[in-house]
Design a protein around this ligand. Structure first.
Ligand SMILES: N[C@@H](CCC(=O)N[C@@H](CS)C(=O)NCC(=O)O)C(=O)O
Length: 267
């Protein structure tokens, strides 16, 4: 009898508090895929911008899933891989829920809210974004083979400096909150018929991403909007009760000390 060949486990680069990392973790746990976990510090050390990481994921984001034959650098692809579906085989309803989810810039809700409420953050965050933009341009000069991707990333940070302009950030935050409430209305309408999952008959990629979205609603202080929609509240309870929720480490609130621990490499 021949020995089974042992494929190495997929390796997931992710960050503890990162929204899109939570999607990857939840999908992998739901799909029953054991993975090697590599937590990286995306805040202080900004490992996602170090050349070795950039060679894995030129978008300079987490999550990244390294498989024996390819690298997945988008959480949507990781979720589809983990749940054994693909853009070609996915049903129309799941695709629409995924498109709706991925069309929304969640970081503008999270950081827009923080900046709108906190005058200190309005001073600190734009300064930090400018520092990072400059460092990306320096890295472009130091790493000629990666110059193009570093320049592209610097342009993304220039866009963030513009989006988080202290003069307009309150409006941005309000708009993003209103859109998030609109999504919750839509979810409520769909779940109103008592279905257990977003696209029956089985749990799928749409449930993964919208579970993480609902967790973010709690995280940004919009939990009351969630809980007053009864079908949505029922669905949220059911998603949290799934055995995947705890191991996927879905944050519904800020764990300051875990975040600091992660930055210091002791998390
Ligand atoms: N489209 C990407 C987005 C990933 C993303 O934006 N990740 C954030 C964390 S939630 C990140 O890596 N931020 C670090 C940075 O922008 O420097 C995906 O779905 O994987």
């Amino acid at each position: 009898m021949s020995e089974p060949t042992l494929e190495p486990r997929p390796r997931l680069y992710h960050a503890l508090s990162s929204y899109y990392s939570m999607i990857a973790r939840l999908a992998l746990v739901e799909g029953g895929i054991a993975y090697e976990s590599k937590v990286i510090d995306i805040h202080l050390k900004m490992v996602q911008q170090q050349p070795d990481y950039v060679r894995l994921n030129p978008n300079m984001t987490v999550p990244t899933l390294v498989l024996p034959d390819r690298i997945l650098d988008q959480s949507r692809d990781i979720a589809e891989y983990a749940l054994a579906v693909s853009e070609a085989t996915i049903d129309g309803d799941t695709k629409s829920w995924l498109d709706l989810h991925y069309g929304y810039p969640i970081e503008e809700l999270t950081f827009g809210g923080l900046l709108a409420r906190n005058p200190m953050a309005r001073i600190m965050i734009p300064k930090r974004l400018e520092q990072v933009r400059r460092r990306l341009l320096e890295r472009a000069t130091q790493n000629p083979d990666l110059a193009k991707v570093y320049e592209e990333r610097a342009a993304v940070f220039a866009g963030r400096i513009h989006a988080f302009d202290p003069e307009t950030v309150a409006r941005l935050s309000e708009n993003r909150r209103a859109e998030a409430v609109g999504f919750m209305d839509r979810l409520e309408q769909t779940l109103h018929d008592g279905r257990a999952v977003l696209v029956p008959p089985a749990y799928g990629a749409a449930d993964v991403v919208w579970t993480v979205f609902l967790a973010r609603m709690e995280f940004v202080g919009m939990g009351a909007e969630l809980h007053k929609r009864l079908a949505l509240a029922r669905y949220w309870r059911a998603m949290r009760a799934r055995p995947s929720f705890a191991p996927a480490d879905i944050w519904t609130k800020l764990h300051v000390f875990r975040l600091i621990g992660g930055m210091l490499g002791v998390g």
